[in-house]
Write a new protein. Sequence first.
Lengths: 350, 480
Amino acid sequence: MAEPDGNDIYLSTSPHIAQPLATPLIMRIVVLCLLPIAAFGVWLYGLPALVTLIVSVASTVIFESLFRLAIKKDVRAGDFSAVITGLLLALVLPPTTPPWMTALGAFFAVVVAKEFFGGLGANVFNPALSGRAFLFVSFSKPLTTWIAPRAVDAVSSASTLAQAYTPDAVTSATPLSYIKPAEGAVMTASDIASKLGLSSDHELYRRMFLGLRAGSIGESAIFLILIFGAILVATKIIDWRAPVAMVATAVAVTWIAGIDPVLTLLSGGLLFGAVFMATDYATSPVTPWGRLLFGAGAGLITALVRLYGGYPESVMFSILIMNAVTPFLNKIIPRMYGKVSRVRKGESPK
Amino acid sequence: MRIKSFSGGIHPHARKEKTASLPIESAFPSSRMVWIPVTQGGAQNSVLVQVGDTVSRGQIIAESEAAMSVPVHASVAGVVRKIELHLVAGNLDSPCVCIESDGTDRTDFMGALDPFTCTREEALARVRAAGIVGMGGAAFPSYVKLNPPKGAKIDYLIANGAECEPYLTIDACTMRESAGKVVDGLAIAMRIADAKEGIIALEDDKADIVPIIEKAIAELHAVPIGPGACAMSVVLCKAKYPEGGEKTLIEAILGRQVPSGGIPAACGCVVQNVGTLKAISEAFREGKPLIDRPLTVSGGACATPKNIEVPIGTLVGDLIPAPIALTSGVAKIVSGGPMMGVAMMSADFPVQKNTSGVLFLTARETVLSDETPCIGCGFCMGACSYRLSPVLIVRALKGDNLAEATRCGLMDCVECGACGYACPARIKFIEHFRVGKQLVRAERQRAQAREAAAKDSSGANRTGDAIIPGNETFSRKGDL
């Protein structure tokens, strides 16, 4: 009766092995994918962006931990979920958001939108977007004040780094603010380019692709969003359905209305929202068709607001609205194995 | 050869390299005792021997008249020492017959029977008398599988050599060493089930076995009468879990689906594990019942991973420290494969007809963490090859919504464990599902009882008594 000596034998139901991607690891990978985008935002918009990022991440982690201590639950800072919320919130805020405002948004994101609903995985609305929406409706002026990006082209001539940033941080128009048809007239890319003082529409596309425009800290770096979105899809950490459906729908609908599709794709927070917000695990559907419809719905609302809405951008509201629909989209389950009609006779192996 | 596959599934590390090329060694328990569980698949048996009886190898020691029952035979020649409860796979204490070997090789086999000249009924009776059950893990009585319900026409008899469970290599070794018996068993099974075509299915990581089987088929066909007249082919399937599940295997090979709640015969298929087919061949050609069991012993805490063949009833603990040596750091002892096997409280349990492997896993290679909150990633949805919605079933069960859980596929779950493998939150899906299934069955029984009571309302004081826990308890888990 030889027993394995000195071993603690564990019992559990099967399976006895699991893939290595546990929740904390997934969260860390997402953080790693967001960091380059954040770093680029800091490079682009300078110190204010860095302050916003630090305040946001610190606030989400601290508020979540304090709240969980207060309700006598285990502190979950180690799972990095709060870090993601903090990063995401900062990345969708204007660089110059006052720090106290950022902290307030962070509080709303993790405590009201996430922990009040039961914490990790149980929240209905995307915490980062909820935080931003709260700030947006409360303090709409600072939340729509943008600073111009680092004047990259001027770096060589304007010698110092300080001068490379537009010194007075004037409120700067984003390309998006010109997209909406004014009195029925749609501006072409060339029109917008000239209005922004750029040489051609290609120059406009190039600058927007590289993120050289005014905007939220993380939304402008289109090329980085594409790279890290592709990595997350390739590693199957996020599913392609919601982002692709969202972008495709938004581009298609605005295109029909005469708006330059490339401009739609590159402007505002569409791509950032599609890749990092519409794929939020807890607040988007788990079923394949649910995800497609979720993305399509968010894309449609985004397009309609861009065309007819009172705000220049509404990726935020479109995703939050679809968050509310998620439980219903989860009803659309895949067709199960064996739920088909009778077997066809005389079928041979292929 | 085109590689067949199915949708979904997972790709765990195979970890078969340590034992894949090792021969099957014979082993004997150090205590010279075997503890043979009285019932090993099918209905409850009753013991036919008494303490003190002298028995021979192959002698029936437990049997039942009940439908779906399969006899159990003595696996060593010797004396019955005890008949009492003993720990068996599943962590239950179950009645076992303890036989002490007298060191002889006295056998009491049946006579050989030609499966191609005897009647179909005689052949079925032989499969039952030999005590043959599914050796892939499910222990479902083979004669029941080979005798599909009236009206079901069997097109294909599939020999399941996929062996998609990580670590396990015993089916592969059986095919490599006894390809002749496997194809002969397939021919016999085809004859009994009246199947038109036989298919031997392997995962593509075992492609090296294909020529061996093709050679065995060619040898069979050299004499085109009896088994030689059976049409057979080899098919390679993608190495993916759960390729060896009955339903997924049928979908991968034939593009057919077993209807929900039905058996493979409903779509013209019967699936038998290759080890089972070898046992069928021996039952006819040698008259040998199922008394020896080859299995893989492996895992990170096993210093001597190997394929061994032992008399059924051998306590795993009696194989330690020789021929199986362990290292320190055993965190889990698993009877079966890591995906569907049972974690045992100790190694002191007997090898049964369906024990395809025993694993000694270290903390590093297994999962010891508790459930963490579901983050809604949906990985389980993609992992489920039956297109069920594991996360939604768990959510429905937590909300006591049995109807929604059933709609999302609860009762169609074969408990392959792919969802649990894919889950980053380490949700114990199978645990939730088993509880949920019991609740649904209890609910259905109550509904039946109400109906019966309503029909029976004329009968005076009768209540809805004697609702026997139905045949649903025989729901098959499938050989993986």
